[in-house]
Design a protein around this ligand. Structure first.
Ligand SMILES: Cc1cc2nc3c(=O)[nH]c(=O)nc-3n(C[C@H](O)[C@H](O)[C@H](O)COP(=O)(O)OP(=O)(O)OC[C@H]3O[C@@H](n4cnc5c(N)ncnc54)[C@H](O)[C@@H]3O)c2cc1C
Length: 329
């Protein structure tokens, strides 16, 4: 057997890929996990490390960063080859195994589990002229470290879950938080919107940020009232957190020789998470089927379906596990 022939290659080290690595270890599979970013954690780490996640079973509340730490601890209990900072650039089906080409190396794998989530993503920017000039120091797109906002005047721009959650989160540490949104209604979870209305956050609607200029160490932000000719307000702030969503460039399979069935850049799977190519499975945000919800809990639930199917395919003589303690016997 080739030295670098894996039973399973997991592409993507987001929460779902991390849990898949652990579960594949439970089934004694020889596994490699390849992640293009320098760190594991996917969207939780890259986009919302400080946001509290409420809908993962067993946690009354856990930040994105904390959940990734828990997953990393769990993954570390298994013997998984984790390869960071390399993207899978091609997948080729050979007679006995798949050839996995990354930006760094080539390896071989009997099966493949795609957990590439939203693919590569970048934040949607503020539509003002000189946005780059203020990025990093004044304009940010995620809360990487709460301490950066301590005692500051902060503008949160946006009207979805992230904007509402972040405005509330920052109101605990910031001197003042403004939430600017172009509509009067928010698309956040009702419970969080109620909390927002009762909080110290100053809600500024329906306004849209139109101009930013430097003012000593701060920025002067001009927002225009929607559907008016020239009615504006001005706020001097230290930081602007832009939560306008993300532009996803989920062209994950671009350049791959393997031709997989896709809908809207997600891989179509059956009830066992199998794609249109035998031996290739998909889970998490990168997998789709009728009624799919792109949530962490959904992805976690898909992992045993895919991994047990792979284990049965590779080692049909092994018993199908009923629960994890049966696996650890
Ligand atoms: C702001 C925000 C808040 C959210 N809040 C919640 C919440 O409260 N509860 C909830 O359940 N869900 C929430 N979600 C959704 C949740 O984050 C996703 O469902 C979850 O991240 C999906 O996990 P994943 O592992 O499938 O994909 P991802 O987290 O997207 O991870 C995929 C990984 O694959 C890597 N990758 C992509 N292409 C390649 C390649 N070619 N080679 C190697 N690596 C590759 C990426 O770099 C990434 O690290 C939220 C999403 C956002 C954006």
């Amino acid at each position: 057997m080739q030295d670098n022939l894996y039973d399973i290659t997991i592409i993507g080290g987001g929460p779902v890929g991390m849990f898949a690595g652990f579960y594949a270890g439970l089934r004694n599979l020889r596994v490699q996990l390849i992640e293009s970013l320098p760190e594991l954690g996917g969207q939780l780490n890259a986009i919302y490390p400080e946001k509290t996640i409420l809908d993962v079973a067993g946690f009354t509340g856990v930040t994105g960063k904390q959940l990734v730490e828990r997953l990393a601890d769990q993954l570390a209990t298994m013997d998984v080859d984790v390869k960071l900072g390399q993207a899978v650039t091609n997948l080729v089906k050979g007679p006995d195994a798949f050839k996995i080409q990354t930006t760094h190396e080539t390896s071989a794998s009997k099966t493949v589990l795609i957990a590439t989530g939203g693919g590569s993503f970048e934040p949607r920017k503020l539509a003002v002229d000189n946005v780059e000039q203020f990025e990093h120091q004044h304009i940010v797109y995620s809360v990487q470290n709460l301490a950066d906002f301590k005692g500051k005047t902060v503008i949160v721009a946006g009207g979805g879950n992230s904007a509402v959650d972040n405005a509330l989160l920052l109101s605990d540490v910031a001197k003042q938080v403004y939430l600017i949104h172009r509509r009067d209604e928010f698309r956040g979870m009702e419970h969080m919107v109620d909390q927002l209305r009762a909080s110290a956050v100053k809600v500024v609607t329906p306004y849209l940020i139109k101009k930013i200029s430097a003012q000593a160490d701060q920025v002067l932000v001009t927002a225009k009232k929607m559907r008016t000719e020239a009615e504006t307000i001005e706020i001097v702030a230290d930081k602007i957190l832009v939560n306008y969503g993300f532009i996803s460039s989920n062209k994950v399979s671009k350049g791959w020789e393997l031709d997989l069935d896709e809908s809207h850049h997600m891989f179509n799977v059956d009830t066992e998470m199998a794609t249109s190519v035998a031996g290739v499975y998909a889970v998490g945000d990168s997998a789709t089927y009728e009624g799919k919800d792109t949530l962490i809990a959904t992805g976690f639930g898909e992992v045993p379906l895919a991994i047990n199917q792979i284990a049965n395919q590779l080692y049909p003589d092994r018993h199908l596990p009923i629960h994890s303690t049966a696996l650890k016997r």
